[in-house]
Write a new protein. Structure first.
Length: 190
């Protein structure tokens, strides 16, 4: 294994905090925002419809170290220090990439790639961006449908982290590595 690529949302970034900030800035109750997001997910609709439903313009976004789960930044540093190429990618806006660049060697967004997970093209682009063969890339994510299964289909090592709503709602297949904390990563990577 020479590369580890992390999904952004709920793997590295605590999206709950980000959505709470959106609710506070928009003067909408936090439970309303969370309920809408959950309803959109249950209906299979994209989370970006939130803005339309609330009749709001998309609010500016940003990421700083406080946005990360407590185990995320140390895991990124530990893996980079051990010689792994570290990537961060996900179904995000391209404007978030500069915020993530200090923490990884490779950063990618679905907006820049032109493909969203779980499309095979998204994962093929990760292979291209890392310059590593798929079998040398571990992809870490919380969603089985968007992260684990497509990573396996692309020939990558899939790591499922049990956190965030999807991490608890989804059970990974036997061929995936299952973890509860990013602190476990170095010991479980092949």
């Amino acid at each position: 294994m020479t590369a580890v690529v992390f999904d952004v949302g709920e793997t590295l970034i605590d999206e709950t905090t980000a959505w709470e900030e959106v609710a506070d800035t928009a003067h909408v109750p936090r439970l309303t925002v969370m309920g809408i997001l959950g309803g959109l997910a249950a209906r299979g609709e994209h989370h970006s419809r939130l803005w339309e439903l609330l009749e709001l313009e998309r609010l500016p976004v940003g990421i700083d170290l406080d946005s990360f789960y407590p185990d995320a930044h140390p895991a990124l540093e530990r893996l980079r220090g051990a010689g792994f190429l570290v990537g961060i990618a996900g179904n995000t806006l391209q404007e978030l990439e500069p915020y993530l660049e200090p923490y990884a060697d490779v950063v990618g967004s679905s907006a820049r790639f032109g493909f969203e997970k779980p499309s095979p093209e998204f994962f093929a682009r990760l292979v291209s961006e890392t310059g590593r063969p798929p079998g040398e890339i571990a992809y870490v994510g919380d969603r089985v449908d968007n992260d684990v299964l497509p990573a396996l289909a692309a020939g990558m090592v899939a790591v499922h982290i049990r956190r965030g709503p999807w991490g608890y709602l989804h059970d990974p297949p036997a061929e995936a590595i299952a973890i509860r904390s990013l602190d476990e990563l170095p010991a479980v990577l092949p």
